[in-house]
Design a protein around this ligand. Structure first.
Ligand code: ADP
Length: 164
């Protein structure tokens, strides 16, 4: 039984993340998408909202589970009994950080390996940050995120607008 974890902020989930989730779930028996509950990153969406959106958009993938976590990633991997951590690599700019993280995690827990899936060229430019910026200015984000996320982002932006 090959179980892997795909951890991230997913604030919010994009088609780039979805592509990695689909491809990683096709090569594992079970894929756990770990949603980081880290308020220091000041996410736009709460961890509950991020988990809900992911559950909605990944509902057709029967071997994918969405689980929130906090604390050390290697502790979460141990707790979930996962042999692999999956990360996506978009560009050379991701590489330095990802290399450092995977080497550190390997030092902390040599039994857990990190594997990288390179981005589909179609999504190599795509990040949650860009999507939020476009949405904040009322731009069209339909090429970047699923319908369920558009609805949530629009709601959130309207709420923010009312508070500002
Ligand atoms: P984190 O805060 O952990 O970087 P993200 O939600 O930004 O969380 O990203 C989670 C993972 O998904 C990372 O491995 C990141 O490189 C990958 N990722 C993000 N966007 C894309 C994309 N467009 N294509 C492929 N992988 C991506």
């Amino acid at each position: 039984m090959l179980r892997a974890i795909y951890p991230g902020s997913f604030d919010p989930v994009t088609y780039g993340h979805m592509d990695i989730i689909k491809r990683a779930s096709a090569i594992t028996d079970e894929l756990i998408v770990g949603v980081l509950n880290n308020n220091a990153k000041m996410p736009l969406f709460s961890v509950e909202e991020r988990v809900k959106m992911l559950k909605e958009v990944a509902s057709s993938l029967t071997n994918v589970e969405i689980v929130p976590f906090d604390g050390l990633l290697v502790d979460f991997a141990r707790q979930m009994n996962a042999a692999f951590i999956v990360r996506g690599l978009r560009a050379i700019t991701d590489f330095e950080y990802e290399l450092q993280m995977s080497q550190t995690n390997h030092k902390l827990e040599p039994k857990v390996e990190t594997i990288f899936l390179t981005t589909n060229i179609e999504y190599s430019y795509l990040s949650s940050t860009t999507v939020k910026e476009i949405a904040a200015f009322g731009g069209d984000i339909s090429q970047f995120v699923p319908e369920a996320v558009i609805r949530k982002l629009t709601e959130k932006m309207n709420l923010k607008g009312e508070c500002d």
